[in-house]
Every structure is written in structure tokens, then in C-alpha cells.
Design a protein around this ligand. Structure first.
Ligand SMILES: [Zn+2]
Length: 416
């Protein structure tokens, strides 16, 4: 099957598109928008794409026409979050066991310790809603990862293992509904390294690109040697690690202003975790381990020159190279909101290490993340190629486009 393509296509589209023909599928949305799915896929798989989308409740049509530029411009949003559609309360588990309570309409709540932790809606698990939003965002593939609080590094290991399995099953189920539009980053019970290593095998078997972990494991710094077995196995299995701020330190320094946790304290927390990894020599000890830092690495970029200065003075930890040089081994997402800041990050760590992210579906998300990244970095590689670098392989992405359905727009309400 892979010998079927012309050499020009192969040369132009590189490893990701090493064999294929162009196909279209038009997906009607809300009677006004049409999602046109253009993908370069082996010809024998064209029908199965339409079948899977149809099973997801999305009408499709197909065509053999297309152009390679659109596929090359696919946008991969590597930082999006998922909550299981169902997660029952269980009084036999730890009091901090999370559960999902559904209310009216599309609303639900993540409950922890009997209280509402976060109000959410069906976008947290509904594939069709996500696909519709991806069209508006100009995103073609979302990499699904757990809502950070659900990483639950504070639960007893057996509860954490069960929760990780449920979370990973949720992500796998969503990917199965649109495998050319979703990829996965799962979770493991990091508070028990033996359990975590065992679950990494499952992560690999599910076809996920890696795992998400907090910026500390219930107080254990990411540079702790106790976590090295996880890094070792992740590296050997070619799995990446997505570091997300969680229960940040320093909240007492901003007084009672809890609303600043995600905006002001998360970036500081990510920088602390990054320093822990650098000082422990993790990038050098695990040179093939791919580590992605959330929110553009937080404040790390700003402190690297100061750390370099200190390194030359002797503040080296286990680093045999300067911190700024080692920081180029990490990946960074684009959730910085400001193009000047993103450009600064690109200059500091190298644009090839920057991947598109949004924090979908939360209010704080960066909208149109691909357009933002491309505008700030003047780079096409940031849209997908860099993401393939972190994900460890090239994905067969079905690109999504919105087009108006003739005659429909007059009859319906105006959409912005
Ligand atoms: Zn996030």
C-alpha cells in the first residue's frame, strides 16, 4: 500500500505524508457551517474515514481532489484537556476521590471532597463539539490530556491507578471517534513509581504520545531521583512527558487572591519545576526523553540568563552545560497570549522546540492558537512539524475547514 504514491508527493510532504492521495469529506455543522475535512491518506482508507465520522454523528462527503499545501498547514493543538464523561463518586475511596456530576443541559461539575472543584460542560468529552470548536479555532488535531487536577498525585496508589485507567480509557475512546483529529497524552499513578512504570506500558499500548504530570508529585520535586525510573522507562518506550502546573507553591505570597493562581503563579511554578529538572541533570541523564513545559515554560525563559551567569560562577547543580543550552532540550507550548513574548521564547530556546497549545476548553484558553503562533514566529513548522517532534512520530492529520453551505446562511441566524 505504501508503494502507491508518486515521488513528487513523497518528496514534498516528507515523512508524515510519505504515501497518500488527497481526499475530502464535508461535514455539516449546525446547518450553517460545513467542516471540510481534507486529508492525505492511503486511498484504501478513504472510506473508513467517512464511516468513522458518520458513526460519530457527523455527515460526510468525500472527494479525491485536494492540494498538498492545506495538509502541510495542519495545526496541531498539543495542550487541550479532557474530563471523563462519567466518573462516579465512591465513598469507599479516598475522600479526595473526584467525581462528575451532571446537571441540566450541557453543564456538569467536577466534584472533589464533596465540593464543586470546577464547573465544566460537554466540551470536556464531546468529540463533535470539540470538532466544531476546532473549526472555529483553525485547529486540525487536538492532543487530549487530563484536566490537571485529575492527575490526583495525592491519592493512594490504588485509587490513582484506577483513576488513571479510567482517564486513559476516556481519551482512547475519544481518539477512536476521530483518529485523524485527536491524539493522546495519558496519565499514570506517579505517586507509586512501580505502578507508574507498569502503566507506562499501557500508555504505549494505547498508542498515546506520552503522559501528563504535575510540576511536583504531591510535594516531590521533578528532579528527585525517586522519579528517575519513570523517566528511564518513558525514554525507552519513546514516550514524552507533558509537565503541567498543579497545586503551585507560593500562593501565600499573593495573599488571598486565589484567582491569580492560574494567571500569575502557574508560570512561576513551572519555572521552579524546570529548574529542578535542570539542576538534577535530567536533560543530560535522559538525553532522548522529550519533556514539554506548559505555558511557554512559564517564567523559565526570563531566568535563564541569570542562571547562566550563576553557572559560570559555580552554581551548576549537576549541569555540565549552561542552563540555557540544556533548556533547548525541552519543548514549550505557545500559550503566552502576547506575540512579543512568544518571539522572545523562540529566540531563547529555538523555534523548533515550540508547539501550538491552547488550554482548550477552559476560559483561559488561547483562541486561534495556530494563527497566533504563526503570526508571532513567522513559522509554518510551529503548526505541526514541531509537534511531531515532541509527539515522537508523524500523524496522519485530517485538516478541518469551515465553509458556508449555499442558501443556509440566509435562513439561519447570523453567526460571527
Ligand atoms: Zn492546561
Amino acid at each position: 500500500m505504501r508503494a502507491c504514491c508518486g515521488s513528487n508527493v513523497v518528496r514534498s510532504l516528507g515523512r508524515f505524508l510519505a504515501c497518500g492521495v488527497l481526499a475530502f469529506a464535508a461535514v455539516a455543522l449546525e446547518g450553517v457551517l460545513t467542516v471540510k475535512i481534507k486529508t492525505i491518506i492511503p486511498v484504501c482508507k478513504v472510506n473508513s474515514v467517512a464511516h468513522r465520522l458518520a458513526r460519530a454523528g457527523i455527515a460526510t462527503t468525500s472527494s479525491q481532489a485536494g492540494n498538498r499545501e492545506s495538509a502541510l498547514g495542519a495545526v496541531i493543538d498539543i495542550h487541550t484537556h479532557v474530563v471523563p464523561a462519567r466518573l462516579a463518586a465512591d465513598p469507599k475511596r479516598d475522600p479526595r476521590w473526584p467525581s462528575i456530576e451532571h446537571s441540566t443541559g450541557d453543564q456538569a461539575s467536577v466534584m472533589i471532597a464533596g465540593k464543586v472543584f470546577r464547573r465544566i460542560d460537554t466540551r470536556s468529552w464531546d468529540v463533535q463539539r470539540r470538532l466544531a470548536d476546532m473549526v472555529e479555532d483553525g485547529t486540525d488535531m487536538q492532543v487530549l490530556s487530563p484536566m490537571p487536577e485529575l492527575l490526583s498525585h495525592w491519592l493512594p496508589p490504588d485509587d490513582a491507578e484506577y483513576l488513571a485507567a479510567a482517564m486513559n480509557d476516556q481519551i482512547a475512546g475519544m481518539i477512536a471517534q476521530a483518529p485523524r483529529n485527536f491524539a493522546g497524552i495519558g496519565m499514570v499513578c506517579m505517586q507509586d513509581v512501580v505502578c507508574a512504570v507498569r502503566q507506562l506500558e499501557k500508555i504505549k499500548a494505547l498508542g498515546f504520545a506520552g503522559i501528563e504530570i504535575g510540576t511536583h508529585i504531591n510535594g516531590v520535586a521533578l528532579g528527585s531521583e525517586s522519579l528517575f525510573p519513570v523517566y528511564e522507562v518513558a525514554q525507552s518506550l519513546d514516550l514524552g512527558i507533558f509537565v503541567h502546573p498543579l497545586h503551585p507553591s507560593g500562593m501565600e505570597r499573593v495573599g488571598s487572591n486565589a484567582e491569580f493562581a492560574a494567571t500569575a503563579v502557574f508560570p512561576l511554578e513551572t519555572a521552579l519545576a524546570s529548574v529542578s529538572l535542570l539542576a538534577a541533570g535530567v536533560p543530560e541523564r535522559f538525553p532522548r526523553l522529550r519533556i514539554l513545559l506548559s505555558h511557554g515554560g512559564g517564567a523559565l525563559t526570563w531566568i535563564l540568563p541569570r542562571m547562566d551567569f550563576g553557572w559560570w560562577l559555580g552554581a551548576k547543580g549537576k549541569m555540565t552545560r549552561t542552563p540555557s543550552e540544556l533548556a533547548r532540550q525541552f519543548w514549550y507550548d505557545t500559550i503566552l497570549y502576547d506575540p512579543v513574548s512568544l518571539s522572545f521564547l523562540g529566540n531563547a530556546v529555538g523555534e523548533s522546540r515550540i508547539v501550538v497549545g491552547s488550554d482548550y476548553p477552559y476560559t483561559i484558553r488561547q483562541k486561534q492558537p495556530g494563527a497566533f503562533a504563526k503570526r508571532a514566529l513567522r513559522s509554518d513548522a510551529v503548526l505541526a512539524d514541531n509537534s511531531f517532534g515532541f509527539l515522537g512520530r508523524h500523524y496522519d492529520v485530517a485538516t478541518l475547514q469551515a465553509t458556508e453551505v449555499p442558501g443556509k446562511s440566509e435562513a439561519g441566524p447570523s453567526h460571527g
